[in-house]
Design a protein around this ligand. Structure first.
Ligand code: HEC
Length: 249
């Protein structure tokens, strides 16, 4: 084999490995991930009433912008990563859990980057499973399978199915905030939502979409907003003004 064909051979090999890991993400076992999460529990809380401790709250972390959970003091490199717009996709979480420091060095393209998290999950299978577990706190699947607690301590029924022509926003941030839903060619509605409440506006034109926004209160000058598709709620999972909110669909 000459040099060129060797190089091509290696390149093809790498591609196959990458494809392999991507396909494997879907196969993560959330039940097993829950067991593996015990390793994280010394530093991280997740779920109802979770608070920041050694590490930030991980509720809703999949799909969240890195380094943005309110009230947690992130390391310098992580704050820089936030500025680059880094989002915790499954792939990025896999990189982070493999080696937080190496991951930030790659993202920031400097060997000086440091991570406050001194912990690695070396086994790819364990990373996949724990990511699958994290996802159960970040996606619609959670709302469908877990009954939501209401203010009175009773159980609320899962939110009713959203009409395919509605633009909706759901408050999963745990705070009471002011929400705005603007459907193109439809209605603009403004309402203060408590935790787990949602707000929808019907749109007049099919597929027109709209925007949803959130503010601390009616006097706030800066909040967050984002484009929204009809028929799926945009869920706010963390509120940080100047468009640093965490959202999932
Ligand atoms: C020894 C403590 C410790 C352990 C164990 C630990 N972490 Fe962390 N984690 C941290 C710290 C500290 C940070 C903040 C990193 C920074 O600011 O540089 C963090 C950050 C994170 C973040 C980024 C969150 C964000 O808001 O951007 C994720 C995701 C994460 N950890 C996942 C995990 C998972 C999953 C496990 C278990 C497999 C785990 N961690 C185990 C301490 C820990």
């Amino acid at each position: 084999m000459n040099f060129i064909s060797k190089t091509i051979g290696t390149a093809v090999g790498i591609c196959i490995i990458l494809l392999g890991t991507n396909a494997a993400f879907a196969a993560g076992d959330a039940e097993n991930g829950k067991k593996i999460f015990k390793k994280c529990k010394g530093c991280h809380q997740i779920g109802d009433g979770a608070k920041n401790s050694v590490g930030p709250v991980l509720t809703g972390v999949v799909g969240r912008k890195a380094g943005t959970f309110p009230g947690y003091s992130y390391g310098k490199s992580m704050r820089q990563a936030t500025k680059t717009g880094l989002v915790w996709s499954e792939e990025n979480l896999d990189g982070w859990l493999t080696s937080p420091k190496k991951f930030l060095r790659k993202v920031l393209d400097t060997r000086k980057a440091k991570a406050k998290m001194r912990f690695k999950l070396k086994k790819p299978g364990q990373r996949q499973d724990v990511i699958a577990y994290l996802k159960t706190f970040s996606t619609d699947a959670q709302a469908a399978t877990m009954p939501m607690k209401t203010e009175t301590g009773g159980m609320a029924k899962p939110a009713k199915a959203i009409s395919t022509t509605d633009i909706c926003v759901e408050n999963q941030s745990g705070k009471t905030l002011l929400f705005v839903v603007e459907a193109k060619g439809g209605k603009r509605v403004v309402k203060t939502l408590k935790a787990s409440e949602n707000l929808c506006a019907p749109q007049a034109m099919a597929d027109a979409g709209g925007t949803v926004g959130v503010f601390q209160d009616a006097d706030a000058l800066e909040g967050c907003s984002r484009l929204a598709k009809a028929g799926k709620a945009e869920r706010l999972i963390s509120y940080v003004p100047f468009d640093n909110c965490g959202w999932v669909q």
